[in-house]
Design a protein around this ligand. Structure first.
Ligand SMILES: [Zn+2]
Length: 377
């Protein structure tokens, strides 16, 4: 068995889960935030730096690696772990989300999706079998079934047809999977914002007995309260002895709200993407380091942070680097933002172990300034 989920305890105050996921490349503590390394690199960070900030697992994107350098080259290099010099667990997505969000002129049929590359317009095709073939070549510890991710909003009939196709595709993914001994395949629950469709999708997918389940089709532009409601009526239909992964979520408030509703794994480009234009998450809330008021601020980015950036550099220096388009500035904000979320989840795990996650959430939201805010982070 390539993956085993171990439920350590459930928080008496919140119902959140504390657990471990055992994989061929090591054990992950859950709930966990996974940094995103789209093109086999977490932008501007070395694997050594990721380890220093205690990243336990990273995510890489199948669609992007299929386009370049191509999965055959990664396979020839010895797989993604060797290719990118990362010996801890990796998760690859199925490519489904990117095919639907990035590519042009896509045509969905029962067989799969035809689309044009967002890089050069090449006509390409990904089917469930192709997605699994690519992910088998990449060799991540956790791989995802190829799904269709409907946009928000989408009408009931469309979402129903789409989730039923996702179920048929999931079955084809299981059939196509060639590395069952060392790669764990997860199913992806769809169903949009419709309670009965989420239930239908969850029941169909859990009948296949995947090693874990993702909740897809959320964080696609809907208000956060709808996402939380969807988690509340989806998660009870998932088995407690398997990990649950909420895809594309990484704002501090959503990490806490998702954890409280029973999610174990999260990923998002948010911390790295906003870092590149100078926005940082700190214990006192969002801070845009490019602002003029930091010109002569020689204090750390976050006075309550112990990361490499905050230990060694000032707001004024980081602002100067970013204003001058120096790459090191982006490295420093990226390092801090990733460290911030990894540290947040470490504190969340501690709070679960002490049965006080709701108290922790209140304290964190107060300090961060998150109360009564439906979209900020
Ligand atoms: Zn820091």
């Amino acid at each position: 068995m390539p993956l085993k989920y171990e439920l350590i305890k459930t928080c008496k105050q919140s119902g959140a889960r504390l657990g471990k996921i055992h994989t061929p490349h090591g054990t992950i503590d859950t709930p966990i935030f996974m940094p995103v390394g789209t093109l086999a690199t977490v932008k501007t960070m070395s694997p050594e730096e990721l380890k220093q900030m205690e990243a336990q697992i990273i995510l890489s994107n199948t669609y992007h690696l299929f386009l370049r350098p191509g999965h055959e080259i990664v396979k020839e290099a010895g797989g993604l772990h060797t290719f990118m010099n990362w010996d801890r667990p990796i998760l690859t997505d199925s490519g489904g989300f990117q095919v639907f969000s990035l590519s042009e002129m896509r045509k969905i049929t029962e067989e799969g999706v035809e689309f044009r590359s967002h890089l050069n317009g090449d006509r390409l095709f990904i089917s469930p079998e192709k997605s699994i073939e690519i992910q088998n070549a990449l060799g991540a510890d956790i791989i995802m079934a190829f799904d269709e991710c409907p946009p928000y909003p989408a009408d009931y009939e469309y979402v129903k047809k789409s989730l039923e196709r996702t179920t048929r595709w999931a079955e084809r993914c299981i059939q196509a999977h060639q590395r069952k001994e060392d790669q764990a395949l997860f199913g992806i629950v769809q169903g949009g914002m419709y309670e009965d469709l989420r239930k239908q999708s969850a029941e169909q997918l859990t009948s296949f007995d995947f090693l874990g389940y993702a909740i897809g089709g959320l964080s696609v532009g809907e208000p956060k309260h709808l996402m939380y409601e969807a988690l509340e009526y989806t998660i009870p239909h998932l088995p407690s002895q398997k990990p649950r992964y909420l895809m594309g979520v990484g704002s501090p408030d959503a990490l806490l709200e998702g954890t409280i509703r029973g999610v174990d794994m999260f990923d998002c480009v948010l911390p790295t993407r906003i870092a590149r234009n100078g926005t940082t998450m700190t214990s006192e809330g969002r801070l845009v380091i490019r602002n003029a008021k930091f010109e002569k601020d020689f204090g750390p980015l976050d006075p309550n942070c112990s990361c490499y950036t905050c230990t060694n550099y000032s707001r004024a220096y980081i602002r100067h680097l970013l204003k001058a388009n120096e790459i090191f500035g982006i490295r420093l904000t990226t390092y801090h933002n990733l460290h911030f979320l990894i540290e947040l989840m470490k504190n969340v795990r501690q709070a679960i172990s002490e049965d006080r996650l709701l108290d922790f959430k209140e304290e964190f939201f107060d300090q961060y300034g998150l109360h009564n805010n439906d979209k900020g982070f």
